[in-house]
Unconditional design. Structure first.
Length: 573
């Protein structure tokens, strides 16, 4: 630690303001011995009564506090936006940046020296880390951990992935209400985030590989007693970080982001990793681009045999197989072992000696899960700023395809028509939905796994090419092309597609085109009418004016770059 604690500006001054701060601590029952000379550690707790991913955080925060007290710190719990992926509408992505702002400003405005960031549900890791990176106080992330495996009559269920599977079977008339209710009751059996390789598991693994949590902590299932011990250890380490003055700006480097990108690919990551990692890297001053993701997808094989890219296993199996430390040890030259971590050690030392106990769950470089990459970026006249697809989770026959577009102008339009028995559609059609991007959604909801039309389900069709400016859940699968940029709402080419236009996709060549001549496109452009503004006040108004497009991480333009050192500390008057 260099100089006095930051919190001393509040508590150690012999003036009226210092008196006020100390007397109000005493009002809550604290004594001088509780805070005097001790690092004050903020615990950013995203628990709520309606967030099943974080249901255990009400108790886990006490374990963090115990660790902070054991190490000689003073814990201060600061509730933050919970962002329950299951219940917040239209999408938690609309509020990720709000959590980032809240995190940055809570840390800036309170008398704290460091922080523990408690998250796990999809947008909480990026929201918390975006704010903490910009504030640049010593901090580390505490991952919520995956829930237990689901179960239906002895069959293992994976959250999200089996939801789509069984819903298609129900829409096709192959299962009834009773079995569907059995899926409802058995698919999520404990607290914790999705146990498939969804966005939550992806983002907590990224935080781990980035060096921003105790190495390997992201793999521990939420109900496991090791998670309790990890929470206390995180509290102890938070105090040490303050004493060492080890801030995000001293941990994160270009190597940190290269490692997190490569690990994400090896995990068979959610496509949402692209948006969040781009935003995080820009905040930290080591910006990633879509080209970096495309190159990593071609370079790094999928090694984690976890659904939906894998066929069988879930995150609980991954933990028993050795967890993230074991997977990173398998990656060899694909990781930079010199990257720093919040443990105070370099990554190479943290993963040294890690073993794989179940080699079918965590594969070696010579035995990848999929011949296809976890991620690919497409460009062309339909997506000049890029679009993304998850080839490892798609039917291989659709990775090179040409077919007629069937266009839906909004999610409501799609929902109203998709199961119409008279819908003019064949399995070769390309379903196109627009109006679901950062501004159009608003907030870019996870609508990109467009449902297969019911009339095709009844004939056994389970995958077809789908294109949108939306995102999709990391638990989703199929030949879904997402994040088309610029989005239709701001006049991107997706706004100009018409039903019947031929769409050509070649994933291996990185190509996404509509076969429409430049003169026709120019005429359609002249006829296009911008949508009416969605908001006239409030956060939505600010969001739509300042959110950037998907290829830039959907951050706000006024927040997107640099650590927070340039932002003035609050005056203590």
């Amino acid at each position: 630690m260099t100089g006095k604690l930051r919190s001393a500006r509040w508590f150690d001054t012999d003036d009226l303001r210092g008196f006020g701060h100390r007397s109000r601590l005493m009002q809550m029952g604290y004594g001088l011995e509780d805070w005097n000379g001790r690092p004050v550690i903020a615990i950013m707790n995203t628990w709520s009564d309606i967030n099943p991913c974080h249901a255990h955080f009400r108790h886990r925060v006490e374990d963090v506090k115990r660790g902070i007290l054991q190490a000689g710190g003073f814990p201060v719990e600061l509730p933050a936006l919970s962002l329950s992926e299951n219940f917040v509408k239209p999408t938690t992505m609309l509020y990720r940046n709000l959590l980032a702002i809240e995190t940055e400003e809570l840390l800036r405005s309170h008398p704290v020296d460091g922080a523990v960031l408690m998250g796990g549900c999809d947008k909480t890791m990026p929201g918390l880390l975006l704010g903490a990176i910009s504030m640049d106080l010593p901090c580390l992330f505490l991952p919520a951990g995956p829930m237990l495996r689901g179960n239906l009559k002895g069959e293992i269920l994976g959250s999200g992935s089996d939801t789509w599977k069984y819903w298609d079977e129900r829409r096709a008339g192959r299962i009834g209400r009773e079995e569907w209710q059995g899926v409802e009751a058995g698919i999520a059996r404990s607290y914790g985030h999705c146990m498939t390789m969804g966005t939550a598991a992806t983002m907590t693994a990224i935080a781990d590989a980035m060096g921003m949590c105790l190495t390997g902590a992201s793999s521990i299932p939420a109900p496991d007693s090791n998670h309790i011990r990890m929470a206390a250890a995180t509290g102890r380490r938070a105090v040490e970080l303050v004493l060492e003055d080890l801030r995000p700006s001293r941990v994160l480097s270009a190597a940190s982001f290269a490692n997190s990108l490569n690990v994400a690919m090896a995990m068979g990551c959610s496509t949402n990793a692209i948006i969040h990692l781009i935003a995080l890297s820009r905040r930290a001053g080591h910006p990633l681009t879509l080209e970096d993701f495309h190159a990593a997808g071609r370079r790094v094989p999928v090694l984690a045999n976890i659904r939906p890219s894998g066929e069988r296993y879930l995150m609980e199996d991954f933990y028993y197989a050795g967890g993230l430390r074991a997977l990173m040890a398998q990656m060899g030259h694909l990781l930079d072992g010199t990257a720093r971590t919040v443990t105070g050690k370099i990554l190479g030392d943290e993963i040294k000696g890690a073993e794989v106990y179940l080699p079918d769950v965590i594969r070696g470089l010579d035995n990848p899960v999929s011949a296809e990459p976890a991620m690919a970026v497409l460009r062309g006249n339909l997506a000049p700023d890029g679009a993304v697809i998850k080839p490892s989770a798609a039917d291989p026959r659709l990775l090179e395809h040409r077919g007629p577009a069937l266009v839906f102008d909004s999610y409501a339009d799609m929902k109203a028509r998709i199961d119409d028995p008279d819908l003019d559609v064949t399995a070769d059609a390309v379903l196109v939905m627009r109006g679901a991007g950062p501004q159009g959604g608003p907030g870019m909801p996870e609508w990109g796994m467009l449902p297969i039309p019911q009339k095709l389900l009844r004939y056994g069709v389970r995958d077809m090419l789908r294109i949108s400016d939306a995102r999709m859940s990391g638990t989703s699968y199929g030949a879904c092309i997402l994040h088309v940029a610029p989005e239709a709402h701001v006049g991107g080419p997706l706004a100009l597609v018409r039903t019947g236009d031929r769409i050509r996709v070649d994933v291996r060549a990185g190509l996404l085109e509509m076969e429409v001549g430049p003169e026709d496109l120019a005429r359609r452009r002249a006829e296009w009418v911008p949508p009416s503004p969605r908001y006239e006040r409030g956060y939505g108004w600010a969001f739509t004016r300042h959110v950037m497009q998907a290829d830039q991480g959907c951050d706000f333009d006024f927040l997107a770059t640099g650590f927070g050192a340039a932002v003035a500390e609050p005056e203590i008057l």
